[in-house]
Design a protein around this ligand. Structure first.
Ligand code: 5GP
Length: 183
């Protein structure tokens, strides 16, 4: 059966890098590209990192029931395209969703076979310094993201698996071990 893996982690934890490295080694996994109303960061590409939508476009997609799940995170809207996930599962493709913890718990309710993995930082100090080190957010946005960490950690207690991102290769190995073990 196709594997559906849902990965969450606090902003700045490096989950994007861990997932990218995993995908390089496992081309039999697809990554779902979400829709968002957040502004594009430097270097991000529409259709590659996200589908960047206006709030109007996003709301229209909600009203057309286009999302498997959607959530507000740090003042922006993010959603997973239902058609893409359904198509992958129908074709037997393994799939990774990189979404916030609220979205992950909603996916689990809809698709119980989904495996929820939470990526944690080695420490909170490390997380804050990584978040600032990216230089992609304003101070206000950083404060909002730091505030969301508490609820992300609370929600993560309901996740089946945790990966500590202390060092990238090690985190990828932990992820591989978990994913290999999923039935
Ligand atoms: P960022 O703005 O840093 O790219 O993402 C912010 C948060 O939104 C991250 O926790 C990311 O995992 C989450 N996110 C990205 N796409 C989705 C989605 O489709 N649904 C939900 N619920 N969260 C998402």
């Amino acid at each position: 059966m196709a594997k559906l893996v849902v990965i969450s982690g606090s902003s700045g934890v490096g989950k994007g890098t861990v997932i990218k490295e995993f995908l390089k080694k496992h081309p039999d996994f697809k990554l779902s590209i979400s829709c968002t109303t957040r502004k594009k960061r430097d270097g991000e590409v529409h259709g590659e990192n996200y589908f960047f939508l206006t709030p109007e476009e996003f709301n229209e997609a909600i009203s057309k029931d286009d999302f498997l799940e959607w959530a507000e995170f740090s003042g922006n809207l993010y959603g997973t395209r239902k058609s893409f996930v359904e198509e992958c599962l129908k074709n037997g493709d393994n799939l990774i969703l990189e979404i916030d913890t609220k979205g992950a718990l909603n996916v689990k309710k809809l698709i119980p076979q989904a495996a929820l993995i939470f990526i944690t930082p080695p420490s909170m100090e490390e997380l804050e310094s990584r978040l600032r080190g990216r230089h992609t957010e304003t101070e206000e946005a950083i404060q909002k993201r730091l505030a969301s960490i508490k609820s992300e950690l609370e929600n993560s207690k309901q996740f089946e698996y945790q990966v500590v991102n202390d060092e990238i290769d090690n985190a990828v190995r932990q992820l591989e071990k978990i994913i290999n073990g999923i039935k």
